[in-house]
Design a protein around this ligand. Structure first.
Ligand code: ATP
Ligand code: MG
Length: 255
């Protein structure tokens, strides 16, 4: 009886579930775990725990919502596998609370019909899944736009959740676009100063060793210009004018 009550508590409370996994959630992590939002953007510094928290949420979903399809996506298979490994690791640490039908290197299939699947980072090979309950996009700032556009319809019929987690990478791409202009998202911004596991002395050392731009990107959640960007985002935006008529295209030559 006690066990059942305990299990019900974990099913209803993701913070309690995270603690059961041996984590002590930071304040922003508690907010995220308590949230019911189905559209989440995590703009977080390196090593803040964004993959870990997404792993907790994914496993919780798989265990307590039978029949859930959970997809892990990243720019490359190796990175989505990293997220999957966290989920599978938590699952094993918990003593496999729901039995596995198949436990593979890139996927986990449970007796309650939930599945966790690692997707390769290529647009051509991700197609074919539908009805996802949760799509988690790790290192989202480096995911190709075409890949993102290919996976979004997987949520169409199921009304599933979408989480995009990343450290910024330039003022471009879907993660930047959604962070700055997207609608319906719950946003979390977590600089290194809010991560109790990153010591101030380490940050001081990084501040001295890294170019300012890189430091701001990695530890201060800042969308910086990238190396291969010849003109700054602000310069390009300022140069666009409605007063100049295009030379070619449908607008050309109109007065
Ligand atoms: N609340 C927490 N309690 C204890 N350890 C934590 C907590 N959150 C994260 N960690 C630990 O911090 C480390 C970094 O976590 P994680 O890999 O999730 O970070 P990340 O933001 O995805 O980093 P990266 O940007 O490098 O991918 C891991 O060892 C993880 O176990
Ligand atoms: Mg990570």
């Amino acid at each position: 009886m006690m066990e059942l009550r305990d299990d019900l508590r974990l099913a209803l409370d993701r913070v309690a579930f995270a603690k059961r996994l041996g984590l002590k959630p930071d304040p922003w992590q508690e907010d995220l775990l308590s949230s019911t939002s189905e559209r989440v953007l995590l703009n977080c510094c390196r090593q803040s725990g964004k993959s870990t928290m997404t792993g907790v949420i994914a496993l919780h979903r798989a265990l307590y919502h039978p029949g859930s399809l959970i997809l892990c996506l990243a720019p490359a298979l190796r990175q989505s596998q990293e997220l999957f490994t966290k989920i599978a690791g938590f699952y094993r640490d918990q003593g496999r609370p729901v039995s596995a039908v198949a436990e593979r290197k890139l996927s986990l299939e449970l007796e309650n019909r939930s599945r966790v699947i690692t997707l390769p980072g290529s647009e051509k090979t991700v197609r074919g899944f539908s009805g996802a309950a949760l799509l988690a996009v790790d290192e989202a700032a480096r995911v190709d736009d075409s890949l993102y556009f290919a996976v979004r319809p997987m949520l169409a019929v199921s009304g599933g959740s979408l989480m995009m987690l990343s450290t910024p990478y330039g003022k471009r791409g879907v993660f930047f676009e959604e962070w700055t202009n997207g609608i319906g998202w719950e946003r979390y911004e977590v600089p290194a100063s809010q991560c109790p596991r990153i010591p101030e002395v380490f940050l001081e050392e990084e501040r001295h060793s890294l170019p300012h731009r890189v430091y701001r990107q990695e530890y201060e959640c800042s969308f910086e210009e990238t190396d291969d960007q010849v003109f700054s985002f602000e310069d390009v935006a300022a140069a666009i004018s409605k007063d100049v008529r295009p030379l070619f295209g449908s607008e050309a030559g109109r007065s």
